[in-house]
Design a protein around this ligand. Sequence first.
Ligand SMILES: NC(=O)c1ccc[n+]([C@@H]2O[C@H](COP(=O)([O-])OP(=O)(O)OC[C@H]3O[C@@H](n4cnc5c(N)ncnc54)[C@H](O)[C@@H]3O)[C@@H](O)[C@H]2O)c1
Length: 276
Amino acid sequence: MTAPAPEARGDVTGRLHDRVAIVTGAGSLGPGWGNGKAASVLFARAGARVFAVDRRADAAEQTAGIVRAEGGECEPFTADVSRPDGVAALVEACLRRYGRVDVLLNNVGVGVVAGIEDTEPRHWDLVHRINLTSAYLTTRAVVPHMREQGGGAIVNVSSVASLGATGDRLTAYGVSKAGLNHLTRAVAAEHAATGVRCNAVVVGLVDTPTVYAGQPDADPAVLRARRARRCPTGAMGDAWDVAHAALFLASEEARYVTGALLVVDGGLSLRFGAAV
Ligand SMILES: NC(=O)c1ccc[n+]([C@@H]2O[C@H](COP(=O)([O-])OP(=O)(O)OC[C@H]3O[C@@H](n4cnc5c(N)ncnc54)[C@H](O)[C@@H]3O)[C@@H](O)[C@H]2O)c1
């Protein structure tokens, strides 16, 4: 069961009026709020018609159910966005359903805890396929449609692990997210004149179900407290912090913002001297 959706932090009505938004990884790995699930609900509250993609049908359907229960518009779709056929199918289905695509939130991500010597080639490939290849595939597929429509907004969900050594032994993950940052800036530079903007939310320690799903034997309260202690604010962020940043970058309020890496980490990366 997912806890009831919290109220938005401020009125978001109309900020994505009539926009069509594809969200990848729109479910969450367990009970509670993942970043893509919160963003889907928030985008719908802001007026978007949300195309909620997840490789697990139940996860996408759950998100769509929450949006619809609030009176919003959401179409669930099952696809693996790390594969070209999955991406082709989802873009075709979104265009068939809504006739356009204005926003793309590239939110899928996976981490493997390992340093350089114990990162197996299969883990390296998996992490890069899910975190980076997926965004390359979806971006490549939607850009022609956005350009034809006169513009669009792509938002990538990155991580502070891309900015410096966090001490988490997330070598492949950090490298893949650094690649995602570069993809963000490369697409922004290439498309500035076409009206297609591309930005990233660079996320710190956030309290999402994945954190606990990866360590089923650990006490969630202990894990939560350990992560909170690492945060300069004394608390982790949550999925709504990420969703609100993504909403800003997706909306017309950010119409002159492209190629930005918006750090949402409560100051965490300041501790390892990262510069954006
Ligand atoms: N939770 C954190 O502390 C944190 C910190 C920094 C960055 N992030 C980033 O935020 C994003 C979302 O993280 P989360 O913890 O909210 O998500 P999550 O792990 O709960 O996953 C979201 C959804 O993505 C789906 N998914 C995974 N691979 C997929 C694929 N190949 N195709 C389609 N769907 C797929 C999963 O089924 C899941 O429902 C990720 O990119 C992650 O790297 C999270």
